[in-house]
Design a protein around this ligand. Structure first.
Ligand SMILES: Nc1ncnc2c1ncn2[C@@H]1O[C@H](COP(=O)(O)OP(=O)(O)OP(=O)(O)O)[C@@H](O)[C@H]1O
Length: 703
C-alpha cells in the first residue's frame, strides 16, 4: 500500500520525468528492486525502532507457535530470513525512492489536468507495423515474466512449508528436503530473468525504431511546410515536438507495454492467489486499502499543487536565463550583467524556497507512508500469526501472502504511475501526429511543371491583392500590378511597411496571392514546379543573410549541392569574396560559426551572393542587400552585385536610393500600391514622392 502511496507521490512530485529504466528499477521485478536497494540502502533513513526486527521476531514467534522447536532451528531462519528481508527491502527501497526524489526535487510536469488531445491510432499503427514481430515477441515475453511473478510467492510459501515440516518431523536430511523446491524456485528466477532481459531488449528496439521513424517523418513534414506555417508556429515549439514530445511518447509507449501488461496481469493473478491462500486476510487487505488510497490521494493532490507551483517557478528562472544568454550582446552593450544576475538570483531563490516546501511535504508524506506501510505488514503478520495459531494457515502460506500482497501493491503503484504516463504519452503523441498529418498549402513538389523552353525571364504581377495568413484582416497589397521585363532591373522603393518585401515573397512563392496571379514567361507560377522555381530560377539575397554553422565551401555549395570546388571558387570570385576567403588560414574550409557570427556583415553578404550566383539564376531578387553595410563594405558588395545582375531579370528592393539610380525602372510603393514609376530622371522631373524621398535622404546624408 505504501508503495502505492509513495509512487503516487513520485508521480506528483518527482524531480524528473520518470524514464522507463528508472521506473523499472523503482517498481520492477525482484532482482531490480534488490539491486536498487543495494545501491540506495546507504542513503535511506531507516526509522527508529526499525520494524524489520519486529517483523522478523513476530514471524518467528508465529512459527514457533505452530512448532515448539522452530525458533531454535537455524534452518527456518535460513529460509525465512531472506524472504522477509526481500519484503522489507522493498519497503525500505520505496522509502529510499521517495528520499531520492526529495533530493532531486525539480518537480515533474503533471499533465493529468489537461484533456487528452485527439490521438490518431492509425498514425501510430503506421509506425508500429514495421516492428510488429518484435513487439509481439516483447508482449509475449513480458506476459510470461508476469505470470512467473504470480508463481513466485506460492513457491516461496511451498519452500517455507517444506522447511517447517522438516523442523516439525525431522525426517530425512535438511538439504534433501529443501533441494527440490529451492531448485525449482531458482529455475523460476532464472527463467524470469531471461524473459525480462528478452522483453526489455525487444521493447527498446521497437521503441527506438518507432521514435527514429517518427523523428524523420516529422522533420520531413515540418521542413516541407510553407512559410506561412512558420509565421504561425514558434521554432522552439517545433523543435520541442522533435525532441521532448517524441522522447515522452517513446518512454510512455515502452512503459505502457511492459509495465501495463505486467502490472495488470500481476494484480489480477496475485489477488486470486491471495484469496486462495487466505480469504480472511484478503478481506482485511481489501478493507484497509481504500482508506489508505483516500489518504494518499488527499496528500498527493496537495503535493501536486506544490509541485506545479515549484515547476512554474523553475520555468520562470529558466526564462530569465534564456533571455539574458540569448541576447548577451544587448545585455553587455547596456552593461546590464548585474541586473540580469539579480533578476535570475531572485527567481532561483524563489524556486529554491518552493522546492524546499515541496521537499518538506514529501518528507511528511514519506514518514506517514512508512508508518502506514509498516502497520500493514505488522497487521498482516499479526492476523496471519493468529490464523497460524488456530491452524487455519501454515507459515508458508503467510510467507506467500506477504510476498503476493507486496506484488499487488507494487503492481497497483505501477498502474497509478502508468495512468499519468499514458495521458502524458498520448498528449505528446497527439502533438507529434498533428504535424505529421499536416499538408503544406504550397507543396514543394508533385504535379508542378517545368517549362521545356529556355527561360526568357519575364515576370508579371497581375492585379495582386494579398493579406498574410496570420493577419487576414490587414491587406498588404491592393490590386498591385508590375512587369519585370527580361534582363532588366526593376527597383521598388517607398515607405517602410509599404509592402516591398511582400512582392519579393510572392515571386519566391513563399505565399500565394489572395487574388490575382504572378506569371513567369506567361505561366502562372502556381502551375510550376516549386523546387525548380526556387532551386534554379530565382536567386534571393536579403539584408541579413543567414549562413549555416559549417564551412564557407559548404555554405556557398548550399546554392547548388552538386557544384564542384571550381564552381564554388568561381562564384566566390564573382561576388568579391575570394580574396577575403583566401586571407583566412583555412581558406574555403573556414568555419563561419553559428549563423555566420564569425564573419563581418559585408563578408556574410558576399558569401550569400556567391550562394545565390552559383545556381546561375535567371531572376535575381535583392531585398535591401546592402542596407546593413558600412560605406566600404557596401562599395565592394555593390560592385559584386552590379556584376551579378548582368544578363538577368532583377528585382531590387532598396532603401538607399543611391544604389538603384541606374535601374531600368523604379517603382515607388505606398500602402500596397505603386504610386509612381519611371526611370530615375523621369521620376525626378515629376517632382513627386520619389523626388521627396531623394531630397530627404540627401538632407539626412548631409547631417
Ligand atoms: N510574416 C508576416 N506576417 C504578417 N504580417 C507581415 C509579415 N511580414 C510583413 N508583414 C506586414 O506586411 C506589411 C508589409 O511588410 P513588408 O515587409 O512587405 O514591407 P516593406 O515595404 O518591405 O517594409 P521595410 O521597408 O520596412 O522592409 C507590414 O505592415 C508588415 O507588418
Amino acid at each position: 500500500m505504501s508503495q502505492l502511496l509513495c509512487s503516487r507521490l513520485c508521480v506528483t512530485a518527482c524531480s524528473r520525468p520518470l524514464s522507463f529504466s528508472s521506473l523499472c528499477s523503482k517498481t520492477g521485478g525482484k532482482w531490480k528492486l534488490s539491486r536498487w536497494y543495494t545501491a540506495h540502502s546507504h542513503t535511506s533513513t531507516q526509522p527508529p525502532g526499525n520494524p524489520f526486527h519486529r517483523i522478523w521476531n513476530l514471524t518467528q514467534r508465529a512459527i514457533h507457535h505452530s512448532s515448539s522447536r522452530t525458533s531454535k532451528s537455524p534452518g527456518l531462519k535460513f529460509i525465512l530470513g531472506p524472504a522477509v528481508l526481500t519484503v522489507s527491502a522493498r519497503l525500505f527501497c520505496r522509502a529510499a525512492c521517495c528520499e531520492a526524489d526529495v533530493n532531486n526535487n525539480a518537480p515533474e510536469e503533471i499533465i493529468l489536468k489537461d484533456s487528452v488531445p485527439d490521438f490518431k491510432w492509425h498514425i501510430l499503427w503506421e509506425f508500429v507495423k514495421p516492428q510488429l514481430f518484435a513487439l509481439i515477441g516483447a508482449v509475449v515475453l513480458a506476459f510470461g515474466a508476469a505470470m512467473l511473478n504470480i508463481q513466485i510467492p506460492l513457491m516461496l510459501g511451498d519452500l517455507v512449508n517444506v522447511v517447517a515440516r522438516y523442523l516439525r518431523e525431522h525426517s530425512g536430511t535438511y538439504v534433501n528436503e529443501i533441494k527440490g523446491p529451492a531448485i525449482k524456485l531458482l529455475g523460476l528466477y532464472a527463467i524470469q530473468g531471461l524473459l525480462t532481459t528478452g522483453y526489455i531488449i525487444l521493447l527498446s528496439r521497437v521503441g527506438e525504431r518507432v521514435a527514429a521513424d517518427m523523428r524523420k517523418t516529422l522533420f520531413a513534414s515540418l521542413i516541407r511546410q510553407d512559410v506561412a506555417f512558420f509565421d504561425a508556429n514558434k521554432t522552439g515549439q517545433l523543435v520541442n515536438r522533435l525532441t521532448a514530445d517524441i522522447q515522452e511518447f517513446k518512454s510512455s509507449f515502452k512503459l505502457v507495454i511492459s509495465q501495463g501488461l505486467r502490472s495488470i496481469t500481476q494484480t489480477v493473478g496475485c489477488f486470486v492467489s491471495l484469496y486462495i491462500i487466505s480469504p480472511k486476510l484478503t478481506g482485511l487487505t481489501v478493507v484497509v486499502l481504500p482508506c489508505l488510497v483516500g489518504a494518499g490521494a488527499i496528500i498527493g493532490s496537495f503535493l501536486r499543487k506544490l509541485s506545479r507551483l515549484a515547476q512554474e517557478q523553475v520555468a520562470k528562472a529558466t526564462e530569465v536565463a534564456d533571455e539574458a544568454l540569448g541576447n548577451v550582446r544587448t545585455v553587455k552593450a547596456f552593461a546590464m550583467e548585474e541586473r540580469e544576475l539579480q533578476l535570475y538570483a531572485h527567481e532561483v531563490d524563489k524556486s529554491c524556497e518552493m522546492n524546499e516546501n515541496l521537499g518538506g511535504g514529501i518528507a511528511v508524506f514519506q514518514g506517514l507512508s512508512n508508518v502506514a506501510l509498516n502497520c500493514i505488514v505488522l497487521g498482516t503478520i499479526f492476523a496471519g500469526g493468529t490464523l497460524i495459531s488456530s491452524d487455519e494457515m501454515s507459515p508458508g502460506d503467510l510467507m506467500s501472502f506477504l510476498v503476493a500482497s507486496q506484488t499487488v501493491q507494487r503492481s497497483l503503484a505501477s498502474i497509478s504511475i502508468l495512468f499519468g504516463q499514458v495521458v502524458r504519452g498520448m498528449s505528446a503523441g497527439a502533438r507529434v501526429f498533428e504535424y505529421l498529418s499536416l499538408k503544406p498549402t504550397i507543396p514543394l513538389s508533385g504535379g508542378g511543371r517545368i517549362p521545356f523552353h529556355s527561360l526568357i525571364g519575364r515576370v508579371d504581377f497581375m492585379n495582386i491583392s494579398f493579406s498574410y495568413p496570420t493577419r487576414p484582416g490587414h491587406q498588404v497589397l491592393k490590386k498591385f500590378s508590375l512587369t519585370l521585363p527580361p534582363c532588366k532591373t526593376v527597383a521598388i522603393v517607398g515607405e517602410s511597411g509599404g509592402g516591398k518585401s511582400t512582392v519579393a515573397s510572392l515571386l519566391e512563392r513563399f505565399y500565394d496571392p489572395t487574388n490575382g496571379v504572378v506569371m513567369l514567361d506567361g505561366l502562372d507560377i502556381r502551375t510550376l514546379d516549386l523546387a525548380w522555381l526556387r532551386g534554379q530560377v530565382i536567386g534571393f539575397i536579403n539584408q541579413e543573410p543567414v549562413l549555416f554553422g559549417s564551412s564557407i565551401m559548404e555554405n556557398i555549395r548550399f546554392g547548388k549541392p552538386d557544384a564542384t570546388d571550381a564552381e564554388v571558387i568561381s562564384a566566390a570570385k564573382q561576388s568579391n569574396a575570394h580574396r577575403f576567403i583566401m586571407s583566412f588560414p583555412d581558406g574555403y574550409n573556414t568555419m563561419v560559426g553559428e549563423r555566420g557570427v564569425a564573419l563581418s556583415g559585408g563578408q556574410k553578404q558576399r558569401i550569400a551572393i556567391a550562394r545565390a550566383l552559383i545556381k546561375n539564376p535567371s531572376i535575381l531578387v535583392l531585398d535591401e542587400a546592402t542596407s546593413a553595410l558600412d560605406a566600404e563594405s557596401e562599395r565592394v558588395v555593390q560592385e559584386a552585385l552590379d556584376r551579378a545582375t548582368r544578363g538577368r531579370t532583377v528585382l531590387i528592393i532598396a532603401h538607399r536610393l543611391s544604389t538603384i539610380q541606374g535601374a531600368d525602372l523604379i517603382c515607388v510603393m505606398s500602402n500596397g500600391r505603386i504610386v509612381e514609376a519611371g526611370t530615375h530622371l523621369e521620376l525626378l522631373s515629376k517632382g513627386g514622392l520619389y523626388s521627396d524621398l531623394i531630397r530627404r535622404q540627401r538632407a539626412e546624408g548631409q547631417k
